[in-house]
Design a protein around this ligand. Structure first.
Ligand code: AMP
Length: 431
């Protein structure tokens, strides 16, 4: 029986694959990451990469024991003779903070801006835009509590969206306050929901003891009905003085820079370590329940991971597949096959190695391919065309002995004869 890829994973395929869509196009993925890289590196962010698996404790402490991620969605890594205490990473932040602490990155100029890209793993129920292995572009800033850093982080997310050419994106901005503010809010929520216990979904009953705020995030329709009926007051009503001032400062910067946003009192980020600024980016083409990305401030995380001092931090992550779904909804075409500038074919079997050598030396200057066996001209042109080539060189014994090349542009029909020694200059001119 044939073996298929695991549920909730995708293959990223080459151009011209049958049934190709943007979200599974390998070329579209790298195009997107390259755009994001440019935006982030221009802002001073440096690349960091951490392992795909980490100590389970890092994820438990870093993401939070009451989250769905830790309770239901972790992939455990086992290998022979090991205790199985490793987890495939479900997100990037905890590991980046771990790496910052472990590698003494505090010595670098603060605030330190970092970015990464790669696969993340969560054993979620698969649906459109929700995968078990998905990809994120991630940006983190460590070492500053300044509201200017928060505003810049949000502006950079919008910058990536613009660089991609996406238009229908909304920023939903909120604040979840400081831990004391959240405690007061959770007390309010407990008092509100406890008399309604029987009407809550099982998950939310559990949330009521562990972290009542998460009930607001519930995906259950009956929970959402109850929320609407009770007219729950928003977290924003419970912001303390400092968190309130911070939130107003963030909004002030964004307004000054012309970054549009909507205040969304219902923003509750799924992960435990967030505080103060929290936001999400949404797009109609992907659906209201599925954010393109989100971020938040996490000043308490480093201490949670064992740091003696507070290392303030803030960061965001985009879901790459979600961005590609949004681009597809906006009508973006699949990337074209990046064909060779030069395609070399020998007309006789004895000249095949020469054709190969010609193409291989051309690669110092341009994308070049060759035919692996002798071909008649019509077959060579057909093959070159299918591969998306521009110029075709057919090598017969005359060309090989005289050291020349007869080139034909298969798109325009233009023909050129060239001394083989001039090929490099020709390719540079046409690259
Ligand atoms: P989070 O780390 O949960 O804040 O997620 C950040 C972003 O990653 C989300 O806004 C999504 O775009 C993306 N994302 C999260 N979980 C998944 C998933 N299971 N499948 C695809 N994308 C996801």
């Amino acid at each position: 029986m044939a073996i298929n890829r695991p549920k909730g994973t995708e293959d990223h395929l080459p151009a011209l694959s049958p049934k190709l869509t943007l979200d599974v196009s390998a070329q579209a993925h790298s195009w997107l990451v390259e755009k994001a890289r440019r935006v982030l590196e221009r802002a001073g962010a440096q690349r960091i990469d951490t392992p795909l698996f980490e100590e389970a404790d890092l994820v438990k402490r870093g993401v939070g024991g009451s989250t769905d991620i830790v309770r239901k969605e972790m992939f455990t890594v086992y290998y022979f003779g090991d205790h199985g205490g490793y987890i495939l990473r479900p997100e990037g932040t905890a590991a980046i903070v771990r790496s910052y602490l472990q590698n003494g990155l505090k010595q670098l100029p603060a605030p330190l801006k970092l970015w990464t890209h790669g696969p993340m793993f969560r054993a979620e129920r698969q649906q459109r835009g929700r995968l078990r292995q998905f990809h994120q572009v991630d940006y983190e800033v460590l070492g500053s509590t300044d509201a200017l850093v928060d505003a810049e982080a949000i502006a950079l997310m919008v910058g990536v969206v613009r660089e991609l050419g996406l238009t229908g994106v909304r920023v939903k901005l909120g604040s979840i306050g400081d831990p004391e503010d959240r405690e007061r809010y959770n007390t309010y929520l407990r008092e509100l929901f406890t008399p309604q216990l029987e009407r809550l979904s099982d998950d939310s009953k559990d949330r009521l003891t562990r972290n009542p705020m998460r009930i607001l995030d519930s995906k259950s329709a009956s929970d959402q009905e109850l929320l609407a009926e009770l007219g729950v007051r928003p977290m924003l009503d419970f912001l303390g003085e400092e968190a309130g001032a911070h939130f107003r400062a963030v909004q002030g910067y964004l307004t000054e820079w012309g970054v549009e946003f909507d205040i969304d009192p219902s923003i509750v980020r799924g992960l435990d370590y967030y505080r103060r600024t929290a936001w999400e980016l949404h797009h109609e083409g992907v659906g209201a329940k599925s954010a393109l990305g989100g971020g938040g401030r996490y000043d308490g995380l480093a201490q949670e991971l064992g740091s003696k001092e507070t290392i303030p931090g803030i960061g965001w992550a985009f879901g790459v597949e979600r961005l590609l779904l949004a681009l597809e909804a906006e009508g973006m075409a699949l990337p074209e096959l990046a064909g060779p500038l030069l395609y070399v074919a020998a007309l006789d079997e004895v000249n095949v190695p020469h054709a190969a050598r010609t193409a291989m030396s051309a690669r110092a200057h341009a994308r070049a391919e060759f035919a692996y066996r002798a071909m008649k001209p019509a077959a060579a042109f057909r093959d070159a065309e299918r591969r998306g080539a521009h110029w075709v060189a057919l090598l017969g014994t005359d060309e090989v002995t005289q050291g020349t090349l007869s080139l034909k542009n298969i798109r325009t029909g233009e023909q050129r004869s060239l001394a083989a020694a001039d090929l490099a200059a020709f390719l540079q001119e046409h690259a």
